[in-house]
Design a protein around this ligand. Structure first.
Ligand SMILES: Nc1ncnc2c1ncn2[C@@H]1O[C@H](COP(=O)(O)OP(=O)(O)OP(=O)(O)O)[C@@H](O)[C@H]1O
Length: 270
């Protein structure tokens, strides 16, 4: 797939999707430029993972357009989808490594899978990626010998092994202690800037990601309800955004699941 620097890296226009009769995403529009990082925030079940799956081509929208690197992905055949996915790196929750492969072989895996490169070249590429995440010295270790933060960094090195144009992160900070979280977050930003990638970050770590990204989109019940720069989002008056940013237990997203009258249920109201 040729590079098209003049087109946005990713352009979603009025995208809708439903798994069955119930719509999961409705009229979502979103744009990502090269070098830009955006955060996608929203409560559980708001459609964030579904949106990432649409972008990755695992699902097709029922309505609307998705353009990746200037090209509409709608109706891509198997070969085109495969070519596109090679240009998308993914780091998902817990970033599972292959437990029976060393750190080195974990990163070599996508290179060996997708290209027929001489081993000396694979070696140089693996060491470059490991160096970028500060773990060249851990090349021979096995995943069970790594701390959680180190394992996540290895997963990150593996995700960028093919020099993707776009990175998708789905809860990349889950289970990390605050120091490792800070390290991984900083690394994600530095790598994005160094490689000129674009990135979409799905996360519940509101404060950390507001410091990390250039733009934030809020999803609620499958719709974008607010979008803007982190500084603007912090000033946002929308009650949903306010509740989310300030982690308030009650608000538009209610604390109580809808239920019948409490006193009646306890038998205290005739
Ligand atoms: N394979 C599926 N089949 C049917 N419905 C699904 C499927 N996957 C997700 N859903 C539904 O689609 C809606 C959106 O789910 P999605 O996983 O995209 O939300 P999310 O914002 O990523 O949530 P979370 O933060 O909890 O991961 C939810 O109501 C969910 O139950």
């Amino acid at each position: 797939m040729p590079l098209r620097p003049s087109a946005p890296l990713l352009d979603l226009n009025d995208v809708s999707f439903s798994y069955g009769p119930t719509p999961v995403l409705q009229g979502v529009s979103l744009r990502l430029e090269r070098g830009q990082m955006i955060a996608l925030m929203g409560g559980s079940g708001s459609g964030k993972t579904t949106l990432l799956r649409l972008i990755g081509g695992q699902l097709q929208p029922s309505q609307g357009q998705i353009r990746f690197n200037g090209e509409s992905t709608l109706g891509f055949n198997h070969r085109q989808l495969y070519a596109m996915r090679k240009q998308i790196g993914m780091l998902f929750q817990f970033g599972a490594l292959f437990t029976d492969l060393s750190v080195y072989d974990n990163i070599a895996f996508p290179l060996r899978e997708h290209f027929d490169l001489p081993e000396v070249m694979v070696r140089d590429l693996v060491l470059m990626k490991l160096h970028a995440v500060g773990l060249r010295g851990a090349a021979r270790q096995m995943p069970h010998e790594l701390s959680g933060g180190m394992a996540r960094r290895v997963a990150l090195a593996r995700a960028i092994a093919l020099d993707p144009l776009l990175m998708l992160y789905d809860e990349p900070f889950t289970g990390l202690d605050p120091i490792s979280l800070g390290t991984v977050a900083k690394l994600i930003r530095e790598l994005n800037d160094a490689l000129g990638t674009g990135a979409i970050l799905v996360t519940h770590n509101v404060q950390e990601s507001l410091q990390l990204v250039d733009h934030v989109y809020f999803l609620s019940r499958g719709r974008i309800v607010a979008a803007g720069k982190p500084a603007d989002i912090l000033q946002e008056n929308d009650p949903f955004v306010h509740q989310f940013i300030h982690a308030e237990p009650d608000g538009p997203v209610p604390f109580h699941v809808p239920a019948g009258d409490y006193l009646s249920e306890l038998g205290l109201r005739p």
